[in-house]
Design a protein around this ligand. Structure first.
Ligand SMILES: [Zn+2]
Length: 202
């Protein structure tokens, strides 16, 4: 399994292309012009089957319609994120660029798994940054969206955000068994042990 990071969109959101040895791929979040993503997929002969959304903010969904149309991907998101995804005023796309309303093909609950090729993504419900934010765990990797950043965490002052709720979600991540690599929605990758030790919000 390989994880490729492609920062995309107006505020450099991390788009992740996660693919198995057969080239079957999941795309996690995607904003802006998808040219760099398309070029990477074509250069590596990948077959994207799923778009896995961590949450519905404008800077994580901007390229979803184009990517879905090109590859026919199944768009997956947290079940409790439906309102954020659907409403351009709540997902802030109304104020930044093009108003967007996304209807996921598959709504995910805590504990659900999504099989992509030989990879199994486990869903962890981690609300707080938005009401339906989720993380994905695949092998020893956490795709943490805007819940957990290196040394920080996502803001909670946008619609449906809640500070006490994100603290509970961070506690849940902290209490997972074992060590993981962490791939956040913005900024560099980190490890769960580093964040357990140094992240003031954990
Ligand atoms: Zn966000």
């Amino acid at each position: 399994m390989t994880i490729k990071t492609i920062p995309m969109g107006t505020i450099g959101t991390n788009c992740y292309v996660i693919y198995d040895d057969n080239g079957t791929a999941a795309i996690v979040d995607c904003d802006g012009r998808p040219g760099p993503l398309f070029r990477f997929i074509e250069a590596n002969h990948l077959k994207p089957t799923h778009i896995l959304l961590t949450h519905g903010h404008f800077d994580h969904i901007g390229a979803v319609p184009e990517v879905k149309e090109k590859y026919g991907c199944i768009v997956c998101a947290g079940a409790k994120e439906s309102r954020v995804l659907a409403d351009p005023a709540i997902n802030s796309s109304l104020y930044y660029g093009t108003p967007l309303s996304i209807q996921p093909d598959l709504l995910l609950e805590d504990g659900d798994t999504v099989q992509v090729g030989t990879m199994r993504f486990q869903v962890l419900f981690t609300p707080g940054h938005t009401e339906g934010s989720i993380c994905y765990i695949v092998e020893n990797n956490i795709i943490s969206g805007d819940t957990l950043f290196q040394g920080s965490c996502g803001r909670t002052d946008l619609p449906t955000g809640d500070w006490n709720t994100i603290l509970q979600s961070l506690k849940r991540l902290k209490e997972l068994d074992g060590e993981y690599l962490v791939f956040p929605g913005h900024g560099p990758a980190t490890t769960l042990n580093t964040e357990r030790r140094y992240n003031p919000f954990m």
